[in-house]
Design a binder for this molecule. Sequence first.
Ligand code: SAT
Ligand code: MN
Length: 612
Amino acid sequence: MNALSSDASKSAIHPSASGSSLVALNRWVAEVAALTRPDAIHWCDGSDEESEALIAQMQADGTLLPLNPDTHPGSWLHRSHPDDVARVEHLTFVCTSEQDDAGPNNHWMAPAEAHAKIDALFDGCMRGRTMYVIPYCMGPIDSPLSRCGVEITDSPYVVANMRLMTRMGADALARIEREGSGQAARGGPADTFVKGLHSIGELDPERRFIMHFPEELTIKSYGSGYGGNALLGKKCHALRIASYQARSEGWLAEHMLIVGIENPQGETHYVAAAFPSACGKTNLAMLIPPEGYRRDGWKVWTVGDDICWMRPGADGRLYAINPEAGYFGVAPGTSAKSNPNALETIRKDTIFTNVGLTADNQPWWEGLDNGQQPVTDWRGNPYDPAKGPAAHPNARFTVSAKQCPSWSPMAEDPQGVPISAIVFGGRRASLVPLVFEARDWTHGVLVGAAMGSETTAAATGAVGVMRRDPMAMKPFCGYNFADYFGHWLSFDTPGAKLPKIFHVNWFRKGDDGRFLWPGFGDNLRVLEWMIGRVRGEAGGVETPIGTLPAAGDLKLDGIALSEEAEARLFGFEQAGWKAEFDSIGEYLDGYGSRMPQALKAEQQRIAGLLAD
Ligand code: SAT
Ligand code: MN
């Protein structure tokens, strides 16, 4: 029997529902079916047969185009609607009862109004379509740090992506059932899971909303089939809803990669690093050490490339898991030079979205630099450089994390990995040096809160405009940033053994507009300095903005830095920082009285030092 036309296909009740244990889920699925009126309902079990049947169906209707089976076995190209290529921040809402709880950092709508608005769009929208019910777990299936959700969608492309990006199917459903009955037995509601409702609708940008109801653990997304708008486990659940949940439960849900750096002595330090979308998180997470480091025995282990959930352990350290099971990475710029591990990862069983094609049906994008040429662009038209790039600048690959050569088995550890250092970084062409260390946790929280970056193609809108993007969470924090900074500060308790906090800028430019730092593998030189600081070994120079390495404190053998590069990468520009701190002060004041006094005091302390 076709895996998609089993007995379950017409039922809003999960076939194995025993007693009342899945009652909350069954009730919600029935409600959604009554609203959206699908022709069929399919409960996803995550099996290979199910995946094969779905892929065959998508191949038949053109949703997936097969790629060259010799060079890219098991891999597919998907072309999104040309108006549906990135997250839509202006259509993304956080719907808390009180507007102030969402904060000036979010678009807000009253929950009742938001439900009414989006339910009107969902009304009857799945007629003629199959509704897929996707139980998923964010994080290792047996980890106490993990959280479950169920996404209902009418997009088989979303199902295929969720299968790569999350632990999806029967095991997740079993955990949902277990947690639901556990909570019901304690007298609470049986729905502990996050409910995500998604429809591609008409893919009309005028009929598109991404709505979050953190108080109800609910997401409703209509009108987009793309990435963070549609794969609800990712930005919607693992960041916006999870950040809200984390605040009340005492943990952190962050837009951070997690990477393990193993030194020649065999000691591994885990680093969590926040950068805005499309600023090289995947590259840093999969870094290949420079030649000399490799010879000396340095190794890099990838735990995660986008999202990090952290919680204090019994020993006072922060322990982190990657809630995701795959990578949804930016394709353009990925090459054998910039990220050989990523290229190796996506050699098979990968879904490519909005890339170009070569004559022999291989995926192609700008910056791939493998000597091949595109003949077809991301829209499916003959490639014409006069009409724009072959791949969309936000073209993506979706692939299982386990295929990465540097994948860390610790990514499956239910306890998570202990974090030695937290890194904040943005794209800053001027002022901000290569790296500096915050003097303590409060200062580090200010460093994160003050983060600025030039915008990228990961969201619609102008590219290259500097905006404040605290902790790289501007598009992803599910509540008021002032409360979020307060939550961060609250981790500094007696007995806490918190990571050191650093700021980096790989994107500093010279007068000729070119990057001054080689980046990529050479970023390990900066990570080595950080680990040296954590171990109390590496030197540095104290300045009002934190501790900077002198050029001699970093191992720079084998790279040639110009005098201008050394001066800017390791220099501290008092006048520029004074102006920056005035602007940071204004930014914090924009949050009014909810802004924690300790953070303002820290800003003022440093502004005072800069005024001297
Ligand atoms: O939000 S997406 O998942 O589309 C990618 C990103 O912006 O990081
Ligand atoms: Mn991201």
